[in-house]
Design a protein around this ligand. Structure first.
Ligand code: ATP
Length: 260
């Protein structure tokens, strides 16, 4: 496994208008790591992910992807190096599912337009991994919310980037698929020397799947590190502004918010 940082930020600062979201983030993500980003509504989790994907400007500091400054990446090379799953999507046209996933292969096409047999094999394999292969010929607009989400994640896998940025990947998924999809993403990191950074509101799922956590604290502060060090009941209570208790059940660490 390579120990060079796939992603590195130095003094990264993010604001939304006058609101400070993140101050001076010094952070490294290595291949093989699966990070979850945790914070209350409006903390800036999506803003951070979009900034790392180069879809939004920062208000200070710098970001390096695989040792190279993010602004200096060419658009196609960037698309081969990092992928991004947004929180929502709009399907304006009647594309088939397979076409939607194949479109994620375009960064590999250079001068030619049509997808190769290998692209098709990669797309079908991604659909199979996400348990939606039988939907390949369906109009994306006819899918349920959870099916559409899994097709979007299949497209992200087909893009085959080393750094995968996902904004709430478990959104709209049933319980079984929440676990299987998150487990699949974590396995991608280890098995293929990639890294995942995902926003999640589910503390139990995050703790069970991730290796590391970034907590976006009030006032632009943050905590980052191995999940065991960072995801304590005390830190999470401060981060989320609500009392949370943790307990161990069998081999699982669980978090329970107070409902009093
Ligand atoms: N264009 C904008 N102008 C002003 N404020 C904005 C703009 N875009 C986002 N914001 C604000 O920036 C803050 C961070 O938004 P962001 O979507 O990053 O939060 P989040 O942590 O992902 O929240 P959630 O958990 O609700 O998805 C929010 O307070 C939001 O209202």
């Amino acid at each position: 496994m390579s120990s060079q940082a796939l992603l590195k930020t130095q003094a990264l600062t993010l604001k939304a208008g006058e609101k400070l979201l993140l101050a001076d983030l010094d952070w490294q993500v290595l291949a093989g790591e699966c990070w979850c980003v945790i914070g209350r509504n409006g903390a800036g989790k999506s803003s951070l992910l979009r900034c790392l994907a180069r879809l939004r400007d920062s208000q200070g500091g710098c970001i390096q992807l695989n040792g190279k400054d993010l602004p200096s990446w060419g658009i196609e090379a960037l698309a081969r190096e990092r992928s991004f799953l947004s929180q929502s999507r709009v399907d304006a046209f009647a594309y088939r599912v397979i076409e939607t996933v194949l479109s994620a292969r375009h960064p590999y096409h250079d001068t030619h337009y049509w997808e190769s047999t290998q692209d098709h094999a990669i797309a079908i394999q991604a659909l199979r991994l996400l348990d939606v292969e039988e939907l390949a010929q369906r109009d994306v607009r006819s899918l349920s919310g959870g099916e559409r989400q899994r097709v979007a994640i299949a497209a992200l896998l087909a893009q085959d980037a080393r750094l995968m940025l996902l904004d709430e990947p478990a959104n709209a998924l049933d319980l079984s698929h929440q676990v299987s999809v998150m487990r699949l993403l974590a396995d991608e990191c280890v098995g293929k020397n990639k890294a995942v950074i995902m926003v999640s509101h589910d503390l139990n799922l995050s703790y069970g799947i991730a290796t590391h956590a970034l907590l976006m604290m009030p006032g632009g502060e943050y905590l980052s590190g191995a999940k065991e060090q960072v995801m304590t009941a005390q830190n999470l209570s401060l981060c989320l502004g609500h009392p949370i208790e943790s307990f161990v059940h069998g081999e699982q660490t669980l978090f329970l918010p107070s409902v009093k």
